[in-house]
Design a protein around this ligand. Structure first.
Ligand code: FES
Length: 158
């Protein structure tokens, strides 16, 4: 807990910094999520009610209270992306990864999520892997992207 306090203490104790603070805590968690103790810590640090921190965390899709894989794939399924084929992109990802939306691959490498507009509709259909945006997706492109992450993680492990 002390380590976490150290981690966030470079941020001013102002509610304006709540997103940055939550990000910092999530980023440093190997389970890629926020723990109940993190929410308590942020509430105490900022001097705001725990319910307010909880509301913030559940409002933003980038935060999770459930453990997630090393890489989080977020596919947009808002109407412009759906018109450009996001339904089949999601189906292909489920098949490629062998998991359903909301699940994590058994090797802990990927979690698949479906989200609303990512703000880059001009290159629909779109997904993000962590902070990286991938647009104009096709099935072939998906295979390449997933393979590149698998390869990278194999190299890191080896
Ligand atoms: S609708 Fe998909 S990025 Fe906007």
């Amino acid at each position: 807990m002390e380590d976490k306090l150290k981690l966030i203490s470079r941020y001013p104790r102002s509610r304006d910094h709540i997103l940055l603070i939550l990000h910092e805590l999530q980023r440093h968690n190997p389970r890629n999520c926020l723990e109940p103790e993190d929410l308590k810590l942020v509430a105490e640090y900022l001097g705001i009610p725990l319910s307010q921190v909880h509301d913030t965390v559940t409002f933003y899709s980038m935060f999770s209270l459930k453990p997630r894989g090393k890489h989080v794939i977020r596919v947009c399924d808002s109407p412009p992306c759906r018109m450009a084929g996001s339904t089949s992109i999601i189906a292909s990802l489920r098949e490629l990864l062998g998991i359903d939306v909301g699940e994590t691959t058994p090797d802990g490498l990927f979690t698949l999520e479906v989200v609303q507009c990512l703000g880059v509709c001009g290159v629909a259909p779109v997904m993000m892997v962590d902070e990286e945006v991938y647009g104009n997706l096709t099935e072939e492109r998906l295979r390449e992207i997933i393979a590149s992450y698998r390869e990278r993680s194999g190299k890191e492990a080896g």
